[in-house]
Design a protein around this ligand. Structure first.
Ligand code: ADP
Ligand code: MG
Length: 335
């Protein structure tokens, strides 16, 4: 007797959502990154009740064609890669084509979008994939409401509104630090939390990390072959009791990587003692072919082809920046 059967699409997507949609902040990450990939100049995020009740992201990017709206909600459907070659040098934040399908399987999701050149916008309802004409000047609005309304087992793992909001805020900060060229706004329960005009990387870091950090940090700027490291790293005077102010980006993507963390810790080994932690915002750029970002669905881990070279480069670049005398640091008095 045959006992194996194919699972229905909705259930497949709900299972996949376990990996992609851990909490409201992971929805925000995916939807924000889609807005960034769409070439937006301005993105506005509205959250309600820590993002559990609602996450709404409006952008002014390229929009989605009427005939693509249903596909955008399909699993493994993407406009970002087509071949293995594309995957190996991917420059967009997304490429797996699974986020919207997973999100729509566990929350009430609608997408309203107006593709460039279209006479008006269209809205698709994620629950039945129905399409209707809609009003929107440009870009896309993704509305994700009532997260886990149909998966109570997952809903139980949600934390308090304050905690879920804090995770969303952190996710927003990562995108905002990576893209100072974009106008970004975040509000929570109708209160504006961040309103960030487009500007220089330094201005953006100051707005999000505080001027105190900028004053007590060294500017990092190093290059070797295809590797480039820029950003700000705190002087020992600004060290912190926790690791809450450590941001490392690889090709614009926030990552948490043992190798990079180790290189940074080593660079601080002689100047920072005890249980103190440095604060930093560092951007590594590297040939996309030299790093694999397809390690985990959330893409927070990466794998370097030449890990040793990356480690040494980051260690030396930071060591040098931290050792340089006062002049290089904005506003830091010489010792
Ligand atoms: P991925 O980002 O990996 O391609 P997603 O499920 O996140 O997969 O999105 C599916 C597709 O929907 C994208 O490839 C893109 O073409 C389209 N899309 C999603 N969000 C937007 C947006 N804000 N603006 C324009 N296109 C979008
Ligand atoms: Mg995506």
């Amino acid at each position: 007797m045959s006992v194996i059967h194919r699972l229905p699409d909705l259930l497949v997507n709900q299972i996949a959502a376990g990996e992609v949609v851990e909490r409201p902040a992971s929805v925000l990450k995916e939807v924000l990154e889609n807005a960034v990939d769409a070439g937006s100049r301005a993105i506005e995020v509205q959250l309600e009740q820590g993002g559990v009740r609602r996450i709404r992201v409006a952008d002014d990017g390229c929009g989605i064609d009427r005939d693509d709206l249903a596909l955008a909600l399909e699993r493994h459907a993407t406009s970002k890669i087509a071949t293995l070659d594309d995957l190996e040098r991917v420059a967009t934040m997304g490429f797996r084509g699974e986020a919207l399908a997973a999100i729509a399987a566990v929350a009430r999701t609608t997408i309203t979008s107006r593709a460039a050149g279209a006479s008006h916008a269209w809205r698709i309802d994620g629950s039945d994939r129905s399409l209707a004409p809609a009003a929107l000047n440009n870009g896309t609005v993704v509305d994700v409401a009532d997260l886990y309304f149909n998966t109570p087992a997952r809903r139980k793992f949600l934390k308090s509104e304050g905690t879920e909001f804090a995770h969303c805020d952190e996710m927003f900060r990562r995108v905002a630090l990576a893209r100072p060229d974009l106008a970004l706004q975040l509000s929570h329960n109708a209160r504006v939390i961040h309103r960030l005009p487009p500007g220089t990387p330094l201005a953006r870091v100051g707005a999000l990390m505080g001027d105190d950090f900028v004053t007590h940090a060294r500017e990092v700027e190093a290059e070797s072959g295809a590797l480039r490291l820029t950003g700000l790293a705190s002087l020992p005077a600004y060290s912190r009791a926790s690791r809450d102010a450590q941001y490392f980006f690889v090709n614009g993507r926030f990552v948490r990587d043992k190798l990079l963390t180790h290189a940074v810790r080593q660079a601080y080994a002689d100047i920072l003692h005890g249980a103190r932690h440095p604060a930093y915002v560092l951007f590594l750029s590297i040939d996309p072919a030299g790093v694999d970002v397809n390690v985990h669905p959330a893409k927070i881990e990466v794998r370097f082809r030449d890990a040793r070279a990356v480690h040494q480069f980051v260690f030396h670049a930071l060591t040098r920046a931290l050792a340089e005398s006062g002049a290089a640091a904005a506003g830091t008095p010489a010792p």
